[in-house]
Design a protein around this ligand. Structure first.
Ligand SMILES: [Zn+2]
Length: 232
């Protein structure tokens, strides 16, 4: 069976390299700009509160969560969770990340279509992403026994994976849009100065790269499945 896999691993290499690059870029930018204090002296949680206030949002709570870069917005419980290095820290990186999460809050409140679409497909894509490889591998095994429908089973696995890819693709506009909202709000609310804007943009731009990397890796995995299928 191993012969069905061999060279197709190579297809994944650009995705792995790009993921490593994106990860090192966010780590570097985060470590640089979390040491640059913002002149306003506003912490991540204060920045989040101020942006929500300015936008008339009062039904979202802000909590502290452990870990590094574990910040997120949970639309179901309407809670923004800010990590250790963001919650109390008054740095260019911490306010940028906090503002990005509030960008998601504003998207949610305004019914921003890509976010609505993404939330709607999550149950489907999480199911198909779990099923795709097991189905595909069953297809490969059956193919090695010359089972007549093996090709169709492999195709079903590919379709499942393609559906899972939609989640990654739709995440890109959601993330880029949250970051551009964040930069605008940080300036409008007087949280960062004109001079601090570049740093905030770099942190959020690097964070967005990690989503591009995940999308690329998923796309290449799909491509690899198709390559394996093509050899059957
Ligand atoms: Zn985000």
């Amino acid at each position: 069976m191993i012969r069905y896999f061999d060279w197709t691993w190579l297809i994944l290499i650009p995705g792995i390299l790009f993921s490593l690059y994106a990860q090192s870029k966010i780590n570097k930018n985060y470590s640089v700009y979390s040491r640059v204090p913002c002149k306003s002296g506003i912490s991540g949680s204060e920045a989040a509160r101020r942006i929500m206030q300015t936008n008339g949002i009062s039904d979202v709570s802000i909590e502290h969560v452990g870990g590094e870069l574990s910040d997120h917005y949970d639309p179901r419980s309407k809670t923004v969770r800010l990590s250790d290095g963001v919650f109390d820290a008054a740095s260019v990186a911490s306010v940028a990340i906090a503002a990005h999460e509030i960008g998601h809050v504003i998207q949610h409140q305004q019914g921003y279509f890509p976010l609505k679409f993404r939330n709607a497909i999550v149950p489907l894509t999480s199911l198909t992403s779990r099923m795709a490889w097991p189905i595909f591998i069953i297809g490969i095994i059956l193919a090695s026994f010359n089972f007549g429908y093996a090709g169709i089973i492999m195709d079903i696995g590919i379709v499942c994976y393609a559906i899972a890819l939609i989640f990654y693709v739709i995440t890109l506009p959601v993330e880029f849009n949250a970051s551009s909202r964040a930069i605008a709000q940080l300036t409008e609310c007087g949280i960062i100065t004109e001079g601090e804007r570049e740093g905030a943009k770099k942190v959020l731009g690097a964070a967005a790269m990690t989503y591009v990397a995940s999308t690329l890796a998923t796309f290449l995995s799909l491509f690899r499945m198709i390559a394996i299928r093509g050899r059957r």
